[in-house]
Structures are given as C-alpha cells and as structure tokens.
Design a binder for this molecule. Sequence first.
Ligand code: NAD
Length: 298
Amino acid sequence: MAKVGFIGLGNMGGGMARNILKAGHKLTVFDLNEQVVADICAVGATAASCAVDAATNVDAVITMLPAGKHVKSVYLGAEGLIAAAAPGTIMMDCSTIDVDSAREVVSAATSAGLKMVDAPVSGGVAAAAAGSLTFMVGGTEGDFDSAEKYLNSMGANIIHAGKAGSGQAAKICNNMMLGIQMISVAEAFILAEKLGLEAEKLFAISSKASGQCWSLTSYCPVPGPVPTSPANNEYKAGFAAAMMLKDLRLSQEAAASAGAVTPLGACSRDLYEKFTEMSADDMDFSGIINMLRDDSSV
Ligand code: NAD
C-alpha cells in the first residue's frame, strides 16, 4: 500500500481517485470544489487543506486539472507542488495540456530530484469510473516504471509514448482524429435522414463496414443505437464540447509550431468554436449534430 495525493476530483479525477482507493492505497485529496472532496472522503479518502498538503509525505502525486495554466500554477513556483514534495516522489499529471507546458513542468520536477511523467488519458467519464482508461505516457523509462503501478489501478492500457511531452503529443493527435470523426459521423446521419435511410439501419451497416469508428460505435450522436451515448441524455456531457474545442485548439497550435498541414483539424476547430458559442456549458461534443442539422447556423 502506498500513500497517494490526488488533486483535481472533477468528472474524470473523481472516478480515477476512487480506483486508487479501491487498489488499497491511502489517499489524500484536494480540489477547489469542497463538495467533490466531501464526496470522496465519505468513501475513505482524507481531505488535505491545500494542494501542497496533498503532495507532502506521500509516495505519489496525481493531478487531473482542466488546462495547462492550472497545471503550471499548481506545480511551479515557491508555493507549488515541486517545491514541497520529497525527492523521489513520482508525480503524474493526467490532465490534457499543451506539449510545451508539460515539458516545462516535467523538467522543473526532474531538476528538483522528483520523478515525473505526463500521462493524459483517453476514454471519458465512464472509463474513468470503471478503471478502463488508456494512458499515454511521456517521460524516461525509469519514471514510466515508477508510474505504471498507479496508472494500472486506473486504466486498462498503459502505453509509454516516449520522452517527456510525448503523452500530450499522442493525446492531441488522438483527439484531433476524434473531433474530425465525430463531425463526419454527424454529417453522415444527417445525410441519411435527408435520404430517407433510418438511423438504426445506417448504424447497423456502418458499424460493420468501413465507416466504423469510436464516434459511431461507442458514442453515436443520434439517440437509439448506443444506449449509453449522451444523445440519449439530451446531449449532457460526457465529454464537454468546450473540452473538445480546447483539444482541437491545442492540435492547431502544435500543428502551426511543428509545420504540419491539418486542414480538417482546423475546420473542426472552427466548427466547435461556433458550437460552443451557441450551446450550454455542459453540452456534450456529440451535440454538434444539432448545429449541423440546422444548416442556417453553419
Ligand atoms: P473538470 O472540470 O470536471 O475537473 C477539473 C477539476 O479540477 C475540478 O473539480 C476543479 O475544481 C479542479 N481544479 C481546478 N483548478 C484547481 C486547483 N488549482 N487546485 C485544485 N483543484 C482544481 O474536468 P474533467 O472533465 O475532469 O477533465 C480534466 C482533464 O481531463 C482535462 O484536462 C480534460 O481535457 C481531460 N479529459 C477529460 C475527459 C472527459 O471526458 N471529461 C476525457 C479525457 C481527458
């Protein structure tokens, strides 16, 4: 049994932290939202008074925060986790952030004698709760080995992507595919409607044909074919459209800085920008089908 500090207990972190508890570790938690802290303390965690408190006297620290600015503010500086943690502590940042911020934080941690990996995830809220996430991990072989047992408690696939920042690079590329594919699936169902083809029939055929992809078979954007998809729950996230926009923006910033040509990634970012402007904060990214169906708004 190890002592683990966990910071960021939102949609994803809440489920992930519970799986750390289930694996038998002693868990200390912190979040700015007192309610999510109270919820997990009711099932066995201990509340820390601040982020640094959660990272002190522990073997491992896991963070699951919204974006790069939150990660940098929590880890860096005189009041940050890196200054407070004991040498040898393994730090795992599982948030989805830009590659440069990930490399900056890992570099600061290793300079301070800590071990650290960037370890963003794929899989969504259901996989976070079920412990079946895919982790894409950036860092040295040794730091990957130190992180693996904790990541195994929260995921089904733990993949070493390469040096620091490579986990974020993999995540950004993956989610650019996801954003493009969700729009492609949504457009196909709208076309099918116009052609008089039933959604259930298109699903039955394409899920066994070459249009098959995760956006279709696990997250279908029309109600019916996949009972667990947000389309059956008024498009309540799930994976918020704002999070998808964040990832598409990261992909386009990375493409511009690396000199990669990604026109469909850019188009998807533009469509998600428009969609998030007109939709509620908790709108799932698959809800973009409703904007595309209303052709006057595109
Ligand atoms: P969320 O907004 O539900 O949770 C973030 C949590 O961090 C919140 O509880 C917030 O109070 C807390 N927080 C913010 N700043 C803090 C600080 N300084 N100190 C302590 N706590 C702080 O977000 P989420 O959906 O759980 O996503 C977290 C990360 O995972 C994001 O980077 C997202 O891109 C990524 N991700 C999300 C999904 C998904 O389906 N939701 C899937 C894969 C990856």
